[in-house]
Design a protein around this ligand. Structure first.
Ligand code: SAH
Ligand code: SF4
Ligand code: F3S
Length: 498
């Protein structure tokens, strides 16, 4: 395991090892020497900030970067006034990209005040050639760019940046930007450091990439082909996490329902869940995302009989029109989707179902939109993320005719949002007055006499409490429903959580 590595035993004067992860530990050891030197020179520890801009996969990648930075000797902070700032970017919609360019100007200002400051960019947006070209052209102060496939190489890349910077300074040259983007990979490097945000819960990658090529989506192009981690590696990681205090895990993949299909010894997602369920000390299991086309009866059965799998399923609809679904390459119809929802609801009446919906996909007519509204009403989602279709260059949908006018999309979007919120609030009201198990996650951000936690169905509850409750599962009476969240009060503390 990474935390048993003794850096003093690594000979940094020898050639770097060829194999991973040993090679990265070698570069971490080298960077540690630099960090020591920084401390001597400046009388303080170097600081770093990893700014996460994307989904749960990105958040997990940020935790990996943080783990490496901490091993090197950086002190992590939330503020961007740091010696090293990394933006872990997302490119799923155009506005995600614009945000990055906007903030780079701000970072440049900070760098002028602190000439030692390094700026790094990584994540999905960096897998796009046009983005990297634009940064090279217009943001030459950026020190490091890497992508989603070689994140494991972070220590090695950082070492190159540090070496380049001292050479640039000696030769009075401008910043030499380090850029390393891979087109794809089938490599999965295990056992690198990772520092999680919460001590009691953690995300775990069970697979990487996506093979579905939904016609609007850029993810398969920036995250590569689907690769599953071996079940024994996943189980080992969860066991280690549990030994370290984790009681809730979130299994992550773009489509967890196709987990294991490409392994030498294939295994299904339902089978993996059964193995995870057996881990002693683990109390809650979550996963995302489930593609409706691959959700098996076996999975429903495993969920139904599990004591640990949370009563929440994120089941992206995208559109309620079979016609649009076909153009989206989702490979299910409106009827198949609704049938699946019925099957899930009859197996688990207390299951919360949430979804993602795109409005304004090319060619979406009023009738298509009405179909979406119909599914929303019938499926009775507990919550839904609604998105305005964003044209992503290189995806099949970007060159489809009939892009929907902006005003029409806006009108449909507002109408959908209102409906989704009304249905969710009505559903939430039904649980008011019940007693629920709540995992307390943090102090309330607005009121420090309150703590905030999540129910099995992922609903948020605020209740009077103290910081010693954080990380424990507690019985809470839901005293009031506030639409999107509940107010509650403690019933008793579970002996298992003490
Ligand atoms: N793998 C997951 C989702 C990944 S992206 C899945 O299949 O559900 C998260 C969400 O972003 C998607 O579910 C979709 O609703 C939305 N999304 C993806 N591409 C988009 C685009 N071009 N425009 C608008 N929303 C998009
Ligand atoms: Fe994108 Fe579809 Fe893959 Fe999800 S399943 S990441 S929406 S291509
Ligand atoms: Fe964004 Fe990449 Fe996730 S594009 S949604 S950060 S996989």
């Amino acid at each position: 395991m990474y935390n048993e590595i003794d850096f003093d035993k690594i000979d940094i004067n020898s050639e770097p090892p060829a194999e991973e992860p040993a090679r990265q530990y070698y570069f971490m050891a080298k960077c540690r020497m630099w960090a020591e030197d920084f401390k001597q020179r400046k009388g303080r520890t170097p600081s770093a900030c990893v700014f996460n801009m994307g989904c749960q996969m990105n958040a997990r990648d940020s935790e990996k970067l943080t783990g490496i930075l901490e091993q090197i000797g950086y002190r992590m902070q939330d503020s961007e006034e740091a010696d090293f700032v990394i933006y872990n970017t997302c490119t799923v919609r155009e506005n995600a990209n614009n945000k990055v360019y906007g903030r780079l100007g701000y970072l440049h200002g900070l760098q002028k005040k602190n000439p030692d400051m390094l700026i790094g960019l990584c994540g999905c947006m960096m897998q796009e050639n046009t983005v990297v070209e634009k940064i090279k052209r217009s943001y030459s102060f950026v020190n490091l760019i890497f992508g989603t496939h070689n994140i494991f190489k972070f220590a090695e890349l950082l070492f190159t940046v540090l070496e380049n910077r001292s050479a640039d300074r000696e030769e009075k040259k401008k910043n030499s930007m380090v850029i390393d983007i891979w087109e794809s990979t089938d490599m999965i490097v295990e056992d690198l450091p990772v520092e999680r945000k919460y001590f009691f819960k953690s995300g775990i990658n069970i697979m990487f990439g996506c093979n579905n090529f939904c016609s609007y989506c850029i993810v398969p192009y920036v995250r590569g082909r689907e690769r599953s981690r071996k079940p024994e590696e996943i189980i080992r990681e969860i066991q280690d996490l549990v030994a370290d205090g984790v009681i809730e895990v979130m299994l992550l993949g773009q489509n967890v329902n196709s987990y294991g299909k490409n392994l030498k010894q294939p295994i299904s997602f339902a089978e993996l869940l059964k193995e995870v369920e057996k881990i002693k000390g683990l109390e809650r299991i979550r996963f995302m995302t489930s593609h409706p086309k691959d959700l098996s009866d076996d999975l429903i059965d495993v969920m139904k009989h599990s004591k640990k799998i949370c009563r929440h399923l994120h089941l992206p609809l995208q559109s309620g029109s079979s016609e649009i679904l076909k153009k989206m390459n989702r490979r299910y119809t409106k009827e198949q989707y609704l049938e699946l929802v019925n099957k899930l609801r009859s197996a688990m009446p207390d299951l919360a179902i949430t979804t993602d919906i795109i409005v304004g996909f090319p060619g979406e007519t009023e009738e298509d939109f009405a179909e979406t509204m119909d599914v929303v009403q019938r499926a009775e989602y507990d919550s839904a993320f609604t998105f305005i279709y964003s044209k992503r260059t290189g995806t099949p949908a970007a060159s489809m005719d009939d892009q929907v006018p902006e005003e029409t999309v806006k009108r449909r979007f507002d109408c959908l949002l209102k409906e989704v919120q009304e249905i969710a609030a009505k559903k939430a009201e039904k649980s008011a007055g019940t007693i629920q198990k709540v995992l307390i996650e943090h102090m309330n951000e607005q009121d420090d006499s309150l703590v905030t936690g999540r129910m099995s169905n992922n609903s948020v509850v605020h209740l009077p409490g103290t910081s010693d409750m954080i990380g424990k599962i507690i019985d809470v009476k839901l005293t009031e429903c506030k639409g999107f969240y509940y107010l509650g009060e403690v019933v008793t503390i579970q002996p298992s959580a003490l």
